[in-house]
Design a protein around this ligand. Sequence first.
Ligand code: NAI
Length: 286
Amino acid sequence: MKIKTICVVGAGLMGHQIALQAAISGFESFCTDTSEAALQKAQDFALDWIKKNQEKGKIDENEADAIKKRLTFTSDLESAACGADLVIEAIVEILAVKRELFARLDKICPPHTILATNSSYLVSSKIADATSRPDKVLNMHFFNPALIMKLVEVVQGPHVSDQTVETVMEVSRALGKVPTRVNKEIYGFVANRVFSAITQEACYMLDQGVASVEDIDNAVRFGLGHPMGPFALLDLVGIDLEYDVRMARYQETGLAQDKPSPALVARFAADNFGRKSGKGFYDYKK
Ligand code: NAI
């Protein structure tokens, strides 16, 4: 199936850049949100991106106009989604809200439309049965910032057809991304699982007094060739986000290995969330 029109639902941190990326890559792109303020911010960001890239000579006037023409912002879900071949949901991480949205999309969209969720942790099998087309409901997981990060994880739950996966892999490539096919639904998918294992081990070593924050980061950077150490990366992602994700997982599994480490808990409790609050594992006020 050829995808021509993409609708992104949710114009927040992830959605606004996914919708812009779709328009840049030549798709007819609709961006919708229940919040007018979020839509305005997304539109301002897109216009600013187009202006800056035109000034830098990266796109010419014709391309700038074409991207603007291909990108529509509207709070009307029905008009945004009714002509879409692919819908990418990027709304709040609450299962009941996502299920309600997918049930609505199922009624609005034509039968061929693929309904994807950008969720990092909710697998599509928890959502698919809210629709009449489970074979066309899957996780299409972008990374932040979506305009820059190349990876898209395409996850094939047991209900998803091969054709749906192949179409979404192809669209991801057309969006300039590198898709990874994940053959099974697994908590955290691939990249976040690896990141989680590294950060948990780094925190464990810090708690045990094995090495300092700086030395563990240096070992990972200069020994393993990672561009950033795990603590610098946690400060960037947000210690509050990491704490919430770990705590939710721990409450679900009850396994000691999933429990947030004392190093993480102490910083979370002191409101030291990382770069955004000026202090985390590193002090950014200095
Ligand atoms: P966000 O909070 O920045 O944006 C969510 C947007 O959805 C808000 O603008 C909100 O007004 C809108 N919204 C809420 N309910 C809605 C509804 N029923 N209909 C339409 N719009 C609605 O959230 P963010 O960070 O962009 O995350 C969105 C999704 O993307 C989540 O599922 C998250 O797991 C996933 N994700 C987040 C990443 C991140 O680094 N923040 C990375 C990859 C995936």
